[in-house]
Structures are given as structure tokens and as C-alpha cells.
Design a protein. Structure first.
Length: 253
């Protein structure tokens, strides 16, 4: 098994990409702290995976709250004795508003989840990795929006910030064996569109004219799980500081 004995924390674990990542990790032998707001979904996932090689520890909380994010990582160490892998998967969309129409509330909510939450988790994980002295792996689920046009400026900027955290962390801790990579996800069949609310029509129309929703079929979230497993496992041990597109060719348009 590719993650036998490994301990991981996965955010946004109750649905979509996060659920698929937890499922694959547990089947590959990992002990996973599944972190999300919807406890009942996490408990259902834990029950579903109870006979697999690894195990699930349910942790309900909000990634935008420092005490919850740090608490999930503390729970991994307390329950399983260590931390090997952090997957920052939780994320929300903006409403596609162009810059002149960006609302403070939307900026604050998107950055709280997409930037400050992962930053808090990465800081805590790096501290633990350094104390343990045997490296570790961080995988951030970013977006083609960090490199291309996939939403409004707030979402795109939040994912670009996540990419910057990724490459800088990889650079800073290369000697300590802490690997940090990001996956630039394209469009996938998840619930993230529901976080958008009512789209800003100016931004939505412009996006549709140039990019076009129909030209990019939505992928299955398990594809992101496969890429995450590869980066977390020893098969990806020489990869760090990468932003890997998993987008069905979106970046080629």
C-alpha cells in the first residue's frame, strides 16, 4: 500500500475532491483526519471506510477559524502520534464580479477560506514536520484560475496566493525534506459552484464569451484524488514546488 502507516489531514473532506482524497488515502493504508463543517457527512464517510486498510478520524470545524484548523492538526498528532501529510482542499468561489464591482464581504470570505485557512494549516504542519525531523508532504488544491481565467479576480488571486505559498515553502524547507506541491484543478463535478451564490452578470458574461463553459467538460473528482495520492506517496518524493495542472487541457485554450 502506498500510504501504509502515514498520517494525513484533509480539509474539505465531506464531499467532492476531499471525499475522494480521503477515500483513496484510507484504501492505501493512511490514517486520515477528515476535516469539514458537515459532521454527519464525515461520519457517514467514516462508516463507509471502516473496513479499509487505513482509518478515519472525524473532525468537524471551519477552515477559516484558526482554532479549528490548528485543532485538526493537533488531533492528528494526539490520536496517531505524528503528521506526515497535509492536504489543503477546502475552497470557495467568488461571484465572478470584475474588479470595479468587487464587494468587501466577498473578498473577505474567499480569502478567509482559500488563503488564511491554508496558511494557518501550513504553518502548523511545518512546525510539526520540523519537530519530527523527517520531512513531510503538503499538497494544496489550487485552480487553473491561478494561471488562467476561471472566475473573478478575488478567486483567481486567492489561488495565486496559494501557489506562492506552495513554491516558497518548497524552497525554504528543501533541506529539511518538507515537500510542498499544488494541483491546479480545472472544472470538476463538485459542490463548489454553490459557494458562488448569485453570479455577477458582468463578469459571468465576459467569462462566457472568452472562455466558455461548454468547451471544458467537468471532470470526475477522483482524478484529483489520484494526482494527490501520487504527490503524497514515495512515487512523488522528488517533486516539490510544482503546480501541477489537472484540468483536462483547460490551460491549452
Amino acid at each position: 500500500m502506498r500510504l501504509d502507516g502515514k498520517v494525513a489531514v484533509v480539509t474539505g473532506a465531506s464531499s467532492g475532491m476531499g471525499k475522494e482524497i480521503v477515500t483513496l488515502f484510507v484504501k492505501e493504508g493512511a490514517k486520515v483526519v477528515a476535516f469539514a463543517r458537515r459532521k454527519e457527512r464525515l461520519e457517514a464517510l467514516s462508516e463507509e471506510l471502516k473496513n479499509e486498510a487505513g482509518s478515519v478520524l472525524v473532525y468537524a470545524g471551519d477552515v477559516s477559524k484558526k482554532e479549528d484548523m490548528e485543532g485538526a492538526i493537533d488531533a492528528a498528532v494526539s490520536q496517531f502520534g505524528k503528521l506526515d501529510i497535509l492536504v489543503n482542499n477546502a475552497g470557495i468561489m467568488d461571484d465572478m464580479a470584475p474588479m470595479a464591482e468587487v464587494q468587501d464581504e466577498k473578498y473577505e470570505s474567499v480569502f478567509a477560506v482559500n488563503v488564511y485557512g491554508p496558511m494557518t494549516a501550513m504553518r502548523k504542519a511545518c512546525q510539526i514536520f520540523l519537530e519530527q525531523g523527517n520531512g513531510g508532504s503538503i499538497i494544496n488544491i489550487s485552480s487553473v484560475g491561478s494561471l488562467h481565467q476561471a472566475a473573478g479576480p478575488v478567486y483567481c488571486a486567492s489561488k495565486a496566493a496559494l501557489n506562492a505559498f506552495t513554491t516558497n515553502t518548497a524552497f525554504m524547507y528543501e533541506a529539511e525534506g518538507i515537500r510542498c506541491n499544488a494541483i491546479a484543478a480545472g472544472g470538476f463535478k463538485t459542490e463548489i459552484a454553490g459557494s458562488m451564490g448569485r453570479p455577477n452578470m458582468t463578469g459571468y458574461k465576459r467569462y462566457s464569451q472568452v472562455v466558455g463553459l461548454a468547451s471544458h467538460p467537468a471532470g470526475d473528482p477522483v482524478e484529483i484524488a489520484h494526482a494527490t495520492l501520487f504527490l503524497a506517496s514515495d512515487e512523488g518524493k522528488f517533486i516539490s514546488g510544482a503546480v501541477l495542472p489537472v484540468d483536462g487541457g483547460w490551460m491549452s485554450f
